[in-house]
Each structure stands twice: as structure tokens, then as C-alpha cells.
Write a protein that binds this ligand. Structure first.
Ligand SMILES: [Zn+2]
Length: 444
């Protein structure tokens, strides 16, 4: 809920029912409030920051797909059902992500807008594949096998009207060791604004997050990523101007989490193999399992096999308690589902959540060792990560500019679900159930 210092709404709802307000939401993945002073020196992020801005507390777990779904549903994970980035697939080295919009269990802003006759569009937005309600959807989805396979699955998951944009711009998808969608997503968004003029458009830009993961939180590569993303935001803002839509469009820049420096990678499943709770075949692949820790960045979900009995459950919980006590195992706490639901609006098909000691990244893998430290010669993993408890560390940013936001407003500290409630407010829509409310302002 918003921590209101002065309960004045920060945004204006449509006064005339016939008033056609548009909304563009751009996610700069992993941008935090400490990035704001630098972002103000950039030509285009500064255009958005000239309106209102504030900090937004992420939902738990502080990872990308759950938070982006909160930005379209105003719910926490217990309400919208997207409880991790990846689907739980024990024994699979690269699990599928929650790409499919049909996994969302609550109404989205796209549903509400469609019911009101507004045209909706999304580009690279998480959990929008095969969306039943987005008119023009070019979702975020990839195939780790390669660029051609990624183009094919992207085309399949896009909506019918989105497919034309995939076909026109597929040559702009980048690929080095993995997919690079920034240039492509920008080109598609600019094309959509000029061609289809959607009333509601959500765009996701990931370069800052990617640079942070691989090089650290504040590196020259992160700075370059910000400059690149700023250029893309400029192209989107300029497209609104060229289409004559700028005066009717409220534009938001949102983010989904901060980052924490990683000190070690932890393979809890390696310990479960040693305990016989995961059994391997002759090739070292997972043959069967009673318990499984599903990595979620800096937290791990503890899953029990659906057929596991009470004695297995007790054995696993007792084992994990010894992990919490053991100073050589980087698990700070096992948080039960009831606590998670009450304190954080978090729930899923797990028995509890392992919160790592600061800077502990949970991996799904089971081979090798249970622990890889940053000074180990074979440490080749992420340098920066997230997934931690939301109140820890730096917060995400929420900025808006447009006809219904006064310039120079400081938003009261809000939550990520509050952002979706704000978007609904601006469009004259209402969620049937919400864990957030429209953002208020600290001062004009
Ligand atoms: Zn993210």
C-alpha cells in the first residue's frame, strides 16, 4: 500500500467519459532510484523524469516475471499466479519461463482495456505469449537453441496482428551468446505507434539488467546500456510526437527490482543428491526426486514431490533447518508459506522459501559442488543478481510524464502493484480486486 504523506492523487482521472487518454509504459528492467541522478543527464529519460517520479517497492520474489505481471494486474504473486521467472521442471537444465499469458490467474489491464473497446499492444512484455486479450502482442520468448528457433517461437506466441511486426522486424533481433531484443523491441514499438496507434502500449527493455548481471551493478557496460536504452526511449517518444499522439499520452518508465552483488552461487540440489532426496541416472541426470530447490535468484523455493509422504516432508524440513544452522551453508532462513502469504502476498506450489545469506545466488543445477565462491578459479557465474526480500537494498523507479501528471511532482513511495492501479486510474478503468492503489504525491 502507498505510504501517503499527503493523500493527494498524483494523477488525474479522465473527467470526460469520452476523453480518449492513451498510455505507454516502458520498463527499464533493473533501473533503480539510485540511477535517477545519472538518468537525468540523459536526453530522453530526463524527459520522463521531468514529470513525476518516486520509488516503487517490488513484490517478492524481486524477479522480473512476477513483478511485470503485477504491473499489469495490480496483484501480488498470490493473486496473479506468476510465482517465479521459470516454471518448476526438476532435472531440466534450462527450464521454460512463464512465457504464456494464460498462466495469469487474475484480470490484466489488457483485459479491462479490451472490455472498454481500447486497442492494446505489448512488445517484449513478460508473460504475454498466446495472450487471449492483447490485440497486438509481440511477447518476450526465446529458444536457447538459437536465433532461427527464437524467431519461430516468437512468431508462434505473438498475436495474429503482432505476427506482422515480427515478420517486418525479425532481422533486428540480436544474438551473441543469447537473444538481444532491445533494438527489435524498439523498432516494433515505433512501427506500432505509427501504424496501429494503440491506446495502451507496454514495452520491455532489458539491456541494463543484462549488463548488471554479467558485469556488476555500476560498471562502464551498465552506463553504456543506459545510454543505449535512453536512445530507444527517445525513438518511442519521438514516434508519439510524429503520430500526433504525444498530447494525449501519459508515458511511464517503470522498473521491477534493484540488484545485489553476488558473492557465491549455491546449488542446494547438490546437497539433496547427497542426501538421496534426488536420485541420478548413470549419465548424472535427474532420475527421480522427493525434494527440489527451484532457484529464483537470491531465493530458492523448496518443492516437495506431489507424492511425497509425511515422513519425507519431515525429513526434508529437518534437513533444511540444519542448513540454516550451518555457517558453511549460505541459507539465512526457511520462510513458510503462511508467513510469505501474510507478509508479502506471496504463494505458490512450494512448502517454503529459502532466503539466502546476502549475495547468495541459488542455481537449479545439481552437479559439481554445492558452493562456488567469487574467488574460486571456476567461478564463471553472474556478478549481480536479485530475488531478495523487497525491503532490502535499493528500490525500483516509477516515473511518469503526460497530460494528467503535473511537472516536477515527487510520488509518495509506492509498490509495483500500485503502478498498475495508477494506470487503470488514468484510463478510467477499475480492477475487480487489487493489492495496490493509485500513487499519491509527496509534494507538487
Ligand atoms: Zn528484471
Amino acid at each position: 500500500m502507498s505510504q501517503t504523506l499527503q493523500a493527494a492523487p498524483a494523477t488525474r482521472a479522465p473527467s470526460d467519459p469520452g476523453e480518449n487518454r492513451r498510455l505507454v509504459v516502458i520498463s527499464v528492467d533493473a533501473m533503480s532510484v539510485v540511477d535517477v541522478p545519472f538518468a537525468r543527464t540523459l536526453p530522453n529519460l530526463s524527459r520522463v523524469l521531468a514529470g513525476g517520479w518516486g520509488s516503487a517497492e517490488a513484490i517478492y520474489p524481486t524477479v522480473t516475471y512476477p513483478n511485470h505481471t503485477s504491473q499489469t494486474t495490480a496483484r501480488t504473486a498470490a493473486g496473479h499466479g506468476i510465482y517465479a521467472n521459470e516454471i518448476v521442471q526438476p532435472g531440466v537444465r534450462r527450464p521454460d519461463w512463464f512465457w504464456d499469458a494464460r498462466a495469469i490467474t487474475s484480470p490484466t489491464l489488457f483485459d479491462l482495456a479490451a472490455a472498454k473497446g481500447l486497442t492494446t499492444a505489448s512488445v517484449g512484455w513478460p508473460v504475454t505469449g498466446w495472450s487471449p486479450s492483447i490485440d497486438i502482442a509481440v511477447p518476450e520468448i526465446w529458444d536457447p537453441a538459437g536465433l532461427d528457433q527464437t524467431r519461430a517461437v516468437l512468431r508462434d506466441a505473438a498475436s495474429e496482428r503482432g505476427r506482422a511486426y515480427v515478420d517486418r522486424h525479425a532481422g533486428e533481433i540480436g544474438w551473441d551468446t543469447k537473444h538481444r531484443f532491445g533494438r527489435f523491441n524498439t523498432a516494433v514499438a515505433v512501427d506500432m505507434i505509427g501504424s496501429d496507434r494503440p491506446d495502451v502500449l507496454f514495452v520491455h527493455l532489458v539491456d541494463v539488467d543484462s549488463a548488471r548481471h554479467t558485469t556488476g551493478r555500476f560498471t562502464p557496460e551498465v552506463r553504456e546500456a543506459f545510454e543505449r536504452v535512453d536512445g530507444w526511449i527517445g525513438e518511442i517518444l519521438d514516434a508519439l510526437g510524429a503520430a500526433g499522439l504525444a498530447e494525449d499520452t501519459n508515458v511511464a518508465v517503470v522498473s521491477d527490482h534493484g540488484h545485489v552483488e553476488v558473492g557465491r552461487c549455491f546449488r542446494a540440489n547438490h546437497l539433496l543428491v547427497q542426501e538421496g532426496l534426488i536420485r541420478l541416472d548413470e549419465q548424472g541426470e535427474v532420475a527421480s526426486w522427493d525434494a527440489w530447490v527451484h532457484g529464483c535468484g537470491l531465493t530458492g523455493q523448496l518443492h516437495l514431490h506431489p507424492e511425497a509422504g509425511q515422513s519425507t516432508r519431515e525429513r526434508v524440513l529437518a534437513l533444511v533447518e540444519t542448513w540454516v544452522e550451518d555457517p558453511e551453508i549460505p541459507v539465512a532462513a526457511l520462510l513458510g508459506r503462511e508467513v510469505m502469504r501474510e507478509e508479502y502476498g506471496y504463494d505458490g506450489p512450494f512448502v517454503g522459501v529459502l532466503e539466502g545469506t546476502s549475495g547468495t545466488n541459488f542455481q537449479n543445477l545439481w552437479e559439481g559442488r554445492s558452493l562456488y565462491g567469487r574467488f574460486d578459479p571456476d567461478y564463471t557465474f553472474l556478478l549481480s543478481q536479485h530475488g531478495h526480500l523487497p525491503e532490502q537494498d535499493i528500490q525500483a523507479v516509477f516515473a511518469m510524464v503526460g497530460p494528467d501528471i503535473a511537472d516536477g511532482v515527487r510520488f509518495a513511495r509506492c509498490t509495483v502493484p500500485d503502478e498498475a492501479a495508477t494506470f487503470a486510474h488514468l484510463l478510467g478503468l477499475e480492477f475487480p480486486e487489487a493489492d495496490g492503489e493509485p500513487v499519491t504525491r509527496v509534494r507538487a
